[in-house]
Design a protein. Sequence first.
Length: 327
Amino acid sequence: MKLSMLITVIAGLFTASASMADTTIRIGHATPEVSPIHQSLLYFEKEIEKRSNGDIEVEIYPGGQLGGVKEMTELVQSGNITMATGASVHLSSTVNELAVLDQFLLFADEETARNVLDGKAGESLGKAMEKQGLKSMGFMELGFRSFTNNRAPLDSYEAFEGLRMRSADNPIAIKAWRSVDAVPIALAWGEIYSSLQQNLIFGQESALSSMLVERFFEVQDYVSLTNHIYWPELWMANLEWYQDLSDKDRKLIDEVARETILLQRDLTLKTNNETLAALKEKGLKVNELPLADRERLGKTMNAAIESDIREKVGSDFYDEFMSNLQQ
């Protein structure tokens, strides 16, 4: 849907839901209502409205009601909605610097990733977002990504050869997967299930929670814990709106946003653990990609894309970000 048409539809929707609150925060996201993202945003809604004594109202539009991540990002930039969330890989076309997160095996575990993104490295990404009219509210997470497929267990480096897999429409990601002889096919998120069902692709890579929420288990036989990349879910707001807030409102929103992010991360970890158990119960065969193969995979893929990432984000930014990983 074209942005102008989408804005017209949204304007009618917002008029119908107009409130008496002094400030209305409208948040769009693309995930289902059962997702940790939506559940944590319900906390944000409840706490903001309670602690502001009703002066600030929050409206949440889940499940892509306001469009895909790209469209919602444009709506935030234009001020037609207040906030949105989106995976970093879908935002790097808007904020080039986010492409540094497209690298593989950057983080050993969730704790490391969170510490990095809550520190200087995350601050540098936030400053880059501000150049595009976006305020970073912090980094939620989708967690480490692994694979489902219906061909065979991915239990070695060589097992990726010839694997027809869904990829985001991201040239860097596509180049990386081709470097290990996989066959990436760019598909929108909503097209994955039907493409798996029709055997147009053999597999897909996602956070564990998505495998259950999106019911991929119905059309897949194997879960391979590759943990090949960590994807944060960026929470962004319109920068001008944020800067125009009173000090009191800004402090309240920052405070509750931080609580919301911590809650979302806990919910994601809990959901991922429960998901793995549920996938096993549904008969999917689960294996882990051995560490040596995982490290070889990451080394090959990162070597293939380093020059592209440097070109996109700038070598100075790249070197600064990578140095912050060690702090």
